[in-house]
Design a protein around this ligand. Structure first.
Ligand code: NAD
Length: 488
C-alpha cells in the first residue's frame, strides 16, 4: 500500500521539499506498514511558507467577500466530487473505517467551505447613529497571516474548519498537519489551487511540535489556531501570548453524558456508543463519563452490552467495518495502558479490554471497544482523557448530584443529556460547564453551531459566524458631519 504525495510541503501553489528536514514516516495504522515518507519543514521551508502567505494576503483581502466565497464554494464542489478518493486517503492516514471517512471527513471539510463561502458576504460591521449628523461604523478586517495546527483524528476536517473561515475573511493560512496524518491537507491544498485560489493563500508545511512552535512564534504571524491536547495548548497559547497574537485553542476533554431514568433506552445507548466508539474513541468531545440513573441502569447496561458486542472491528477499507485501529503505536500503548490503570484502580472491565487478533492485521494498532463499570469519580480513568474506545459507566441517584459530579473536572469541552423531560434537559444543560452540549443526541457538529470548550478545553470557537469573528479584528470609525467643537 502506498500513498506517497508529490512532495512534503505545498507552498505558493506548488509542491516543494527540503530533504534536510527530519524524516516523517506515514504509517497505515491497520497494518503498521509505511505508506509514505516525508520530511519535516526546515527553518527555510517555514520562512518560504510564511513569506508566500504574507505576500498573497493583501490582494486577497481586497477582493469582494462574495468573490472569495465563490472560490471556496468551487473548492467544496471538488471535495464532494472526489469524496471517495479523499475518504480512502484519510482511511490510510488515520486508520478510520471507510464507513466513517466516506460520510464524515472530506464531507465536513466541504461543508465548512460551503458555509463560510456563503455567509461571509453577509458578515459585516455595524452602523452607529450618534444623533444629528455624526455617525460611526465598524469594519471587520482580516488579521493577516494565520497559522493552523492540526490534530490527527480529523485531519482534512480540521484543515477545512480552520482554513475556510480564515480565507473567507481575507486572511492567508499556513497549515501544519499532525505528523501522524500529513497527507490529506496536501490534497486540500491542491484542490484550493484547482478551484482558483491564488497562490500563497493556503500553504501546508509538515513537521513535529518544533515546526508548530516555529510557526506560532513567527513575528509575521497574526493568529494561531490549534487543535490538540491541553498540554500542547498551554505551550502554544504562551507562545502566541508573548507576542500578543490572536489564538483559538480547541483542546481535549473528559465530557459527561447523563442518562436519566425517563430516557429512551435505545437512543441513550446509541448516543453513548457514538460518544465513545466513533473514530475508535479518538474524538475530543467524547462523552467518556456516562452517568446512568439507577432506575434505568440494568436496562441500559443490557442493551449497551448487546449492541457493543455487534461492533464489527477490522479492515478499515472493508465498507462493512465499523471500528478500525487507533492512529499509532504510541496511542495504542497509551490506551491499553489506561485499561490497565482502570483494572488496577479496581474498576470492572464489563466488556472488552483486550487487543483483538485479526488475521492479516497483526501489525495494526487495534483495541477492543471497552466498557468499565464500578468506576469512582476519583479514578484516573474517570478524570484523564484517554482518547480511545474506553467508556466509563457511573451510576447516580439525583439531578443535583449528577450535575455536581459532571462539572467536577478541569475540562469543559462537551456534555450530553438524555431525557424525555425536556424541561429537565434544558435546565440541566444550562448548569453544565461545557461549550458544546447535546440533548438526546451526541457528537454531531453542524457547521452552523459554534464549537469549542470551557475551562481547560480551550478558548475561542470554530464554526458558525463566531469563527469569522475569531479570524477578524474590528476597526471603529467615527465620522463627523459638522464642525469640530474644540476648547482651543
Ligand atoms: P497534540 O497536542 O499532541 O498535537 C496537536 C498538534 O500540535 C500536532 O500538529 C503537533 O505536531 C503540534 N504540536 C505539538 N507540540 C507543539 C508545540 N510545542 N508547539 C506547536 N505545536 C505543537 O494532540 P494530538 O495527539 O495530535 O491530538 C489529540 C488531542 O487533540 C486530544 O487531546 C484531543 O482531545 C484534542 N482534540 C481536540 C479537538 C477540539 O476541537 N477541541 C479536536 C480534535 C482533537
Amino acid at each position: 500500500m502506498k500513498a506517497q504525495p508529490k512532495a512534503s510541503h505545498y507552498i505558493n501553489g506548488r509542491f516543494v521539499d527540503d530533504e534536510q528536514g527530519a524524516p516523517v514516516e506515514v504509517i497505515y495504522p491497520a497494518t503498521g506498514e509505511v505508506i509514505a515518507r516525508l520530511h519535516a519543514a526546515t527553518p527555510n521551508i517555514v520562512e518560504l511558507a510564511v513569506e508566500a502567505a504574507r505576500a498573497a494576503q493583501d490582494g486577497w483581502a481586497r477582493l469582494r467577500p462574495a468573490e472569495r466565497g465563490r472560490i471556496l464554494r468551487r473548492a467544496a464542489d471538488i471535495l464532494h466530487a472526489r469524496n471517495e478518493e479523499l475518504a480512502r486517503l484519510e482511511t490510510l492516514d488515520t486508520g478510520k473505517p471507510l464507513q466513517e471517512t466516506t460520510v464524515a471527513d472530506p464531507a465536513s471539510a466541504a461543508e465548512a467551505l460551503e458555509f463560510f463561502g456563503g455567509v461571509v458576504a453577509g458578515f459585516h460591521g455595524d452602523y452607529v447613529d450618534f444623533g444629528g449628523g455624526p455617525f460611526g461604523y465598524t469594519r471587520r478586517e482580516p488579521l493577516g497571516v494565520c497559522v493552523g495546527i492540526g490534530a490527527w483524528n480529523y485531519p482534512i476536517q480540521g484543515a477545512g474548519w480552520k482554513s475556510a473561515p480564515a480565507l473567507a475573511m481575507g486572511n492567508a493560512m499556513v497549515f501544519k498537519p499532525s505528523e501522524n496524518t500529513p497527507l490529506s491537507a496536501l490534497a486540500l491544498a491542491e484542490i484550493y489551487t484547482e478551484a482558483g485560489l491564488p497562490d500563497g493563500l493556503f500553504n501546508v508545511v509538515q513537521g513535529f511540535g518544533d515546526v508548530g512552535a516555529a510557526l506560532a512564534s513567527h513575528p509575521e504571524v497574526a493568529k494561531v489556531s490549534l487543535t490538540g491536547s491541553v498540554p500542547t495548548g498551554r505551550k502554544v497559547l504562551a507562545l502566541a501570548g508573548s507576542q500578543m497574537k490572536h489564538a483559538t485553542m480547541e483542546l481535549g476533554g473528559k465530557s459527561p453524558l447523563i442518562v436519566f431514568d425517563d430516557a429512551d433506552v435505545e437512543n441513550a445507548v446509541g448516543g453513548a456508543m457514538l460518544a465513545n466508539f466513533y473514530s475508535t474513541g479518538q474524538v475530543c468531545s467524547n462523552g467518556t463519563r456516562v452517568f446512568v440513573q439507577r432506575g434505568i441502569y440494568e436496562r441500559f447496561m443490557d442493551r449497551l452490552t448487546q449492541r457493543t458486542a455487534k461492533i464489527r472491528i477490522g479492515d478499515p477499507l472493508d465498507p462493512a467495518t465499523q471500528m478500525g485501529p487507533l492512529v499509532s503505536k504510541a496511542q495504542h500503548e497509551k490506551v491499553t495502558g489506561y485499561i490497565g490503570i482502570g483494572r488496577d484502580e479496581g474498576a470492572t472491565v464489563h466488556y472488552g479490554g483486550g487487543v483483538p487478533q485479526l488475521q492479516g492485521f497483526e501489525g495494526g494498532f487495534f483495541v477492543e471497544p471497552t466498557i468499565f463499570t464500578d468506576v469512582r469519580d476519583d479514578m484516573r480513568i474517570a478524570r484523564e482523557e484517554i482518547f480511545g474506545p474506553v467508556m466509563s459507566v457511573l451510576s447516580f441517584t439525583g439531578e443535583d448530584e449528577v450535575v455536581e459530579r459532571a462539572n467536577d473536572t478541569e475540562f469543559g469541552l462537551s456534555a450530553g443529556v438524555f431525557s424525555r423531560d425536556l424541561s429537565r434537559a434544558h435546565r440541566v444543560v444550562a448548569e453544565l460547564k461545557a461549550g458544546s452540549c447535546w440533548i438526546n443526541h451526541y457528537n454531531l457538529a453542524p457547521l452552523e453551531l459554534p464549537f469549542g470548550g470551557y475551562k481547560q478545553s480551550g478558548i475561542g470557537r470554530e464554526n458558525s459566524l463566531a469563527a469569522l469573528a475569531h479570524y477578524s479584528q474590528l476597526k471603529s470609525v467615527y465620522v463627523e458631519t459638522g464642525n469640530v467643537i474644540s476648547p482651543y
